[in-house]
Design a protein around this ligand. Structure first.
Ligand SMILES: [Zn+2]
Length: 477
């Protein structure tokens, strides 16, 4: 019998990831997702000859700038959604899907087979990630939703929730991974859940459903965890039956865990656990921390699903992979999902401890773990630039600069007031059109540099040496 998803050795899941990755690229390129197809074709990559992880560096990474800049991607955001056909399913599916389609025909004839094909080829659910350049759709086929629910069941198990629990979901309902991730967690594990909170609605109002639903588990935005105990106390709620509080969006700090833990204990929930769930907004799944009892404050990172996503941590300034346990940008490639997406999506989220494939010291699971802490949109700033309000992200400036530079630094100056953006660059060639193209690309993206400064090797070295922080090609003053 196959081993459970969380007990496969890193060596073995690497091997199956090779196959899954090849299959996923084949599906994106040929079956097809327009933007993914165009991007693979642009680098001359034919998924039919792709070997697996060893060739992953040939696959271009992607950020919002590449998929929403109309010159780089004329298809726009819609190009991230599968334009599926029956032909695509027949020719480019993995064996399990083909078997399902063939069995449908044997058991139910052509009509049932058509439904099976549709389950694999038609996106029927989307959530949306808002951000610079516009919304990014994350589309799922019916088969993909089954994977979403499978990951949800795992998330519940990780965090110590089971189907006997009753969930009060305080994540506002909206087109977000956070909301749908919790929804599919409840669906996947088969637990009763009440989703009570409107988008923009406050927590006090959403708690009005507490008594009627008698929850044993609460899902709540991580940023509001500190308000929860007081809101519950003011509403006179009995928290003694709570056995899990799941913070969604990031891990909790030591202080937040202490404060929440004390509040739960003093309310009589002495056996409760505090968990956290998080996934990149443009990703397809929520990952979870394994369960930690109240009173304890250490955490062991977000446990990922190696059969559903390939996770990398990259340097946000250059896009190159970093060694394990090195802070960097969380980057995901969906595995087995058909509804859309592109490989190697750079999330813009920082994993402070990077990624590790060491077995978890708390639960013993052997899956890759990310974190322990993550920071969403770590390189994004609400800034003024040349007097205009923008959402500036250092990475997008770097994405335009890297291919043209031997070395560079992006500097944001006085972003609260007038706001200036400088790109210091040692260009790859002396051709002046390189600098013009760089300016125009950044201008199209809404963040034209105040000045592009051609700098020598020594000057750039001095600049980088004089800059504080983890990623010295990003400077602020
Ligand atoms: Zn663990």
């Amino acid at each position: 019998m196959a081993r459970p998803w969380d007990q496969v050795s890193p060596k073995d899941y690497r091997r199956s990831q090779d196959t899954l990755l090849r299959q996923s690229l084949l599906q994106m390129q040929l079956a097809h997702v327009p933007t993914a197809r165009a991007r693979l074709q642009a680098v001359g990559l034919d998924a039919r000859n792709f070997k697996g992880l060893e060739e992953l560096n040939k696959v271009p990474t992607a950020t919002r700038a590449e998929v929403l800049d109309p010159v780089r991607n004329p298809e726009g955001a819609r190009g991230l959604i599968l334009q599926g056909t029956a032909e695509g399913v027949r020719r480019f599916s993995d064996r399990a899907t083909l078997r399902r389609v063939a069995a449908a025909r044997l058991l139910g004839g052509e009509d049932v087979q058509a439904l099976a094909i549709e389950a694999a080829s038609r996106p029927i659910h989307q959530h949306v990630a808002f951000g610079p350049g516009g919304p990014i759709p994350i589309a799922y086929t019916r088969d993909d939703l089954d994977l979403f629910a499978r990951a949800g069941a795992r998330l519940a198990t990780l965090t110590g929730i089971d189907r006997e629990d009753r969930l009060l979901n305080l994540i506002p309902f909206g087109p977000t991974l956070d909301f749908w991730g919790v929804f599919y967690m409840a669906h996947g594990v088969g637990m009763s859940a009440v989703h009570t909170r409107r988008e923009g609605g406050d927590i006090v109002r959403a708690l009005a459903a507490f008594d009627a639903s008698r929850p044993t588990a609460i899902a709540i935005p991580a940023d509001e965890v500190q308000e929860f105990p007081e809101a519950a106390r003011n509403a006179g709620l009995d928290l003694s039956e709570i056995n899990t509080v799941l913070a969604v969006g990031r891990s909790l700090t030591k202080a937040e865990r202490e404060q929440l833990g004390e509040a739960l204990v003093s309310a009589g929930a002495t056996e409760a656990r505090i968990g956290a769930a998080y996934g990149p907004a443009e990703g397809r799944l929520l990952w979870g921390e394994c369960a930690i009892p109240v009173g304890k404050t250490e955490t062991f990172g977000f446990h990922t699903y190696p059969d559903l996503e390939f996770v990398e941590v990259l340097a946000p300034d250059t896009g190159t992979p970093l060694p394990e346990q090195t802070p960097g940008e969380i980057t995901v490639t969906p595995l087995g999902f058909r509804g859309g997406g592109v490989p190697r999506w750079r999330s813009g989220d920082l994993a402070l401890g990077g990624i590790t494939t060491q077995a978890c010291p708390n639960c013993g699971r052997t899956v890759p773990r990310v974190g322990p802490s993550v920071r969403r949109n770590a390189w994004q700033r609400r800034a003024r630039l040349n007097g205009r309000a923008v959402r500036f992200d250092f990475r997008y400036a770097a994405v335009s600069t890297v291919p043209r530079a031997l070395e560079f630094q992006v500097e944001l100056v006085d972003a609260d007031q007038e706001g200036k953006l400088f790109v210091y660059i040692r260009p790859r060639t002396e051709d002046p059109t390189l600098l013009i193209d760089l300016f125009e690309e950044l201008e199209r993206w809404g963040t034209p540099p105040s000045q592009i400064v051609v700098a020598g090797e020594v000057e750039l070295r001095q600049r980088l040496d004089a800059t504080e922080g983890l990623f010295r090609r990003f400077a602020e003053r």
